[in-house]
Ligand binder design. Structure first.
Ligand SMILES: [Fe+2]
Length: 177
């Protein structure tokens, strides 16, 4: 919930921003559903920082930082967000299976709902990447050739940049965690 607004803020693609903020709303709902899961197990719900998610977002922040000011930043942010979604899908998938095995249908149903939304969020990000942001990152843009406004998207993306020593000329990465 802390990472998604930062990813959305760093995005320059309006569709990506909207998708990330929509998933933030769903994630708020996941917190409520998880509280219900704990209730059904007669346990007290408490928050715990997920080290894997933090590491994935830190990694995503580093990559996004390298593409700051380039349309490739959206492709980088999608990649970072999808790493987190895949981790969530694996986690909720396992929890759902365990709830089914234990015969706890209420918990299984709540976890299945969350799992479905995580899978849908991942599919939306894949669609956004395939529909535009990856092409934009490669320097293909949809702006009119005769437009008087200069389009930064026409410049070749930094994806094919030359190799340089780590940390040299590196722009500061936006913190996603
Ligand atoms: Fe998610």
């Amino acid at each position: 919930m802390k990472g998604l607004p930062k990813l959305a803020k760093a995005a320059t693609c309006e569709k990506l921003k909207a998708a990330l903020l929509a998933h933030l709303k769903e994630t708020e709902g996941h917190v409520t559903k998880l509280e219900q899961v704990f209730q059904s197990l007669a346990q007290k719900a408490k928050g715990k920082m997920c080290k894997t998610t933090v590491a994935l977002l830190e990694d995503g922040g580093d990559i996004a930082g390298e593409f700051k000011g380039s349309p490739a930043i959206n492709a980088a942010l999608i990649s970072a967000a999808q790493k987190v979604e895949h981790h969530e899908i694996a986690t909720y998938g396992a929890l759902h299976e365990w709830a089914v095995l234990l015969g706890n249908s209420q918990t299984a149903s709540l976890l299945e709902e969350i799992l479905g939304e995580e899978k849908a969020a991942n599919a939306t990000l894949t669609k956004l990447a395939l529909d535009g942001t990856d092409k934009e990152a490669m320097g293909e843009c949809s702006c009119k050739e005769d437009s008087e406004t200069e389009c930064s998207d026409r410049q070749p993306a930094k994806l094919r940049r030359s190799v340089r020593p780590a940390g040299l000329n590196r722009k500061r990465a936006p913190a996603l965690v």
